[in-house]
Design a protein around this ligand. Structure first.
Ligand SMILES: [Ca+2]
Ligand SMILES: [Ca+2]
Ligand SMILES: [Ca+2]
Length: 277
């Protein structure tokens, strides 16, 4: 009887999707440029560099005129703190204005980079270029743009897939150490000076009336949690053991997503045992 109940519970929980999706626009974003900072909630964000660097190597917090950055932050407050998350997939999508001032080839050569931000403590409404502690782009390139949708006759979406290895700890730090605030810097090495001053990234901010601002999408789950109850415990261990050797797509116990339930997945549960409980 007890075994039957256990098996019933397992089969039910096999149907539950343990992974969740966050999708949203920034709660704030700002374009930073010393000569032309627009404090009026600009609907356009911009990024360029000097051909060699995306960030001013001398003072990343106060870029010289060779550099322009855009900063954005998202609120992940809806995701409970106090546990570690596994990121399965993450991407930022921005919408470029029409027409782009660069060729597809230049876009591929000098991608738009999403980097970590030194702090998410900023607001466009109170931004001051000369403030002593402005946040600035870090050195971690979380992702680079793809020019798959490039076109000149209409605005186009630029996907920036984020590297799971670097984004996952950043995502967890935002949730567990930063009150849910996740800051992203948009930078690029693309040099407008070489092409009559028009060659740079121009994409819509969250203030765009058409709702075309940046979108962050993250597919995640509580690390080691196979059955999706928010806690990695003996039930997850048991479920992994029962599924041991199974192969196929989207198996709940295939925590690392390599298409087979094996000792690597078992270790994932063990390493995270107690997480979220
Ligand atoms: Ca803004
Ligand atoms: Ca669980
Ligand atoms: Ca696996």
């Amino acid at each position: 009887m007890r075994t039957q109940a256990l098996l019933l519970g397992l089969s039910l929980s096999l149907c539950a999707w343990a992974q969740q999706t966050y999708q949203g626009q920034p709660t704030d974003d700002v374009w930073v440029y010393d000569n032309a900072f627009n404090a009026g909630f600009t609907a356009i964000l911009r990024a360029w560099g000097d051909g060699q660097n995306a960030v001013d190597p001398n003072n990343p917090a106060y870029p010289g005129s060779n550099f322009s950055y855009s900063l954005a932050k998202w609120s992940l407050q809806g995701i409970p703190a106090g546990r570690q998350y596994q990121v399965l997939q993450a991407q930022i999508t921005v919408v470029h204005t029409q027409p782009p001032g660069y060729t597809r080839e230049l876009g591929e050569q000098f991608p738009l980079e999403a980097r970590d931000l030194s702090s998410a403590d900023f607001s466009e409404a109170t931004w001051s270029y000369s403030a002593p502690n402005n946040p600035y782009p870090g050195n971690t390139i979380l992702g680079e743009s793809l020019m798959t949708n490039y076109r000149t006759d209409a605005p186009f979406a630029i996907p920036i897939p984020l590297e799971v290895e670097s984004f996952e700890p950043y995502f967890n730090a935002a949730i567990n150490q930063n009150g849910g605030a996740l800051g992203i810097a948009f930078v690029s090495r693309m040099n407008p000076a070489n092409q009559a001053g028009q060659t740079f990234y121009r994409f819509y901010s969250r203030n765009d009336g058409g709702g075309r601002g940046p979108v962050l999408q993250v597919v995640y789950r509580v690390a080691g949690d196979v059955n999706g109850d928010g806690c990695a415990d003996d039930a997850d261990l048991l479920q992994t053991l029962f599924a041991f050797g199974q192969t196929g797509a989207n198996l709940p116990a295939d925590l690392n997503g390599d298409g087979v339930v094996d000792d690597a997945d078992l270790l994932e549960v063990l390493f995270n045992f107690g997480n979220g409980c």
